[in-house]
Design a protein around this ligand. Structure first.
Ligand code: CO
Length: 156
């Protein structure tokens, strides 16, 4: 496995509309493994392919239940609303309050190309919306009602 370079805000790839995945091959599996490793190394809970410079509709998330992979995700419903503080590995110095749907249903493909469906709330619902925005060239700073410098954790 390998760590991939994370693109920072300002990189054009973060503003592009990412392409659907059409080939579900070994290369895709390797990419997903590398994305997960990169996300964990950066201590993030989600990573979208544009963030590693690849304009494809691929997301990895760990919302507390281990790694989850979502390819070509499409929202089937979004309900309710909640506001939470979000950060982003591509905007490392800031965080912001963002309003999102509270409950979502998402259809997606797994790494083998099988169609799957998940309903989510809590952190997974938020992460799915944040990461899917990356596939459409949207960053949380575009949607945040409040943006603030990220507080550095105190070194003890
Ligand atoms: Co992000």
């Amino acid at each position: 496995m390998a760590l991939l370079e994370i693109m920072l805000a300002g990189a054009p790839v973060l503003r592009a509309n990412a392409e659907k995945v059409t080939r579900f091959d070994k290369k895709l599996g390797k990419l997903l493994d590398n994305m997960a490793e990169t996300m964990y190394a950066a201590e993030g809970c989600g990573l979208a392919a544009p963030q590693i410079g690849l304009s494809k509709r691929i997301i990895v998330i760990d919302a507390g239940k281990g790694i989850q992979e979502f390819i070509n995700p499409v929202f089937k419903f979004k309900e309710g609303s909640c506001t939470n503080v979000e950060g982003c590995l591509s905007v490392p110095d800031y965080e912001g309050e963002v309003e999102r749907a509270e409950f979502v249903g998402v259809e997606y493909k797994d790494r083998k190309g099988n169609t799957k469906y998940v309903e989510a709330d809590g952190l997974l619902a938020i992460a799915l919306q944040h990461e899917t925005d990356h596939l459409d060239g949207i960053l949380f700073i575009d949607k945040a009602s409040v943006i603030m410098p990220k507080e550095k954790e105190e070194q003890q």
